[in-house]
Write a protein that binds this ligand. Structure first.
Ligand code: UDP
Length: 337
């Protein structure tokens, strides 16, 4: 089958492309390379079934022919990462809402199945844990720009469900929790690649706040398996489904684990949130998914131990540093709009 991945040159998107190619599919990637990188796909370039197009998901002239020839669109293109969201709220809202509007409108016109990736940010700072798909949402005020990411993705979810209700669009919404693994960059704030690169360099690991906040981290290679299976699951259509690990860990313990796995001499440095993010920020103290629905629908659980994922990230980063940089640009050619 032919699959389209918007945002397919990003961290999760590139792993999904690899998975779909391994399953024998033809894969189209559409990515504007704002945070995605062609080198994330360079190891797949020999595969004749991968085609990469550079451009925006909001460019409907570009999107429509790609979408019309696909059986499923995995819509991952979005502005992500706390740092980017805080720096560029206009871009965050416009990309996330307008991009999804285009994908859903055209998918509906051509009756194409949509797997929409949403985010655990949608739950905001809810205090009832674990976060279950039908829980109420609790967000901060609009003057704190952090919440614009959550709102923009919630609008995407509303719109997807509205297309489902009014036009029968086959759509599944996957709410991704903290996803980690090789190829994730720390440039936009993600904690694990930052800790690993700090540990490898022997620098202090920068723990924001008091480090007692928790997250549940799932390996990206497990996560993309869930995305593919959800896209194939008829019972998941019209549903919102958490995709993440049920194991919660404090950021202090994550720092200790990274130091242990790398064998680093690094210390931990506590950085107040205001210093890390400025004013527009408010922390979510605990975040862990209720994983009952995803398990019931597709029998999936995040199974890779966190230590193993950290080792894979360490190996990738050490290799890239030994080679002088990230993996080379390779010869991957992108088609342009
Ligand atoms: N964090 C940290 N140090 C860093 C980056 C992040 O302590 O250098 C913390 C951050 O405050 C949050 C957690 O790690 O509590 C996860 O952050 P990330 O940006 O990876 O994802 P989030 O869950 O905040 O979207």
């Amino acid at each position: 089958m032919r699959m389209l991945i918007t945002g397919g040159a990003g961290f999760v998107g590139s792993h999904l492309a690899e998975r779909l190619l391994n399953l024998g599919h033809e894969v189209d990637v559409l990515d504007d390379l704002s945070t995605g990188r062609l080198e994330n796909l360079s190891h797949l370039e020999a595969n004749g079934r991968l085609r990469v197009t550079t451009g925006s998901v909001t460019d409907e002239g570009l999107l429509e022919p790609l979408l019309a020839s696909a059986q499923v669109v995995f819509h991952l293109a979005a502005v992500v990462g706390v740092d980017l969201v805080l720096q560029s709220p206009v871009r965050t809202i416009e990309t996330n809402v307008l991009g999804t509007t285009s994908v859903l409108r055209l998918a509906s016109r051509h009756s194409i199945k949509v797997l929409l990736t949403s985010t655990s940010e949608v739950y905001g700072k809810g205090t009832r844990l674990p976060f279950s798909e039908d829980d109420d949402r609790l967000l901060g005020p609009t003057t704190r720009s952090r919440w614009c990411y959550s709102e923009s993705k919630a609008v995407d979810e509303f719109l997807a469900l509205a297309y489902r209700q009014e036009q029968g669009l086959p759509v599944v919404i996957a709410r991704l929790f903290n996803t980690v693994g090789p190829r994730q960059t720390g440039r936009y704030g993600m904690v694990l690649p930052r800790f690993v690169s700090q540990a490898i360099a022997g620098e202090p690991l920068t723990v924001f706040g008091d480090g007692r906040q928790t997250r549940a981290f799932a390996d990206v290679r497990d996560v993309v398996r869930a995305l593919v299976r959800l896209s194939e699951c008829a019972a998941a259509e019209g549903q919102v489904v958490n995709v993440g690990s049920g194991s919660e860990i404090t950021i202090n313990d994550l720092a200790r684990l990274v130091i242990q796995v790398t064998g680093s001499n690094s210390s931990v440095q506590y950085v107040p949130y205001e210093q890390a993010h400025g004013d527009g920020f408010e922390e979510t103290q605990r975040r862990v998914p209720d994983v009952a629905r995803v398990k019931a629908l597709i029998g999936w659980e995040a199974s890779t131990p966190l230590q193993e994922t950290i080792s894979a990230v360490v190996e990738e980063m050490s290799r890239a540093q030994a080679g002088g940089a990230r993996p080379s640009q390779g010869g991957m050619q992108a088609e342009h709009s």
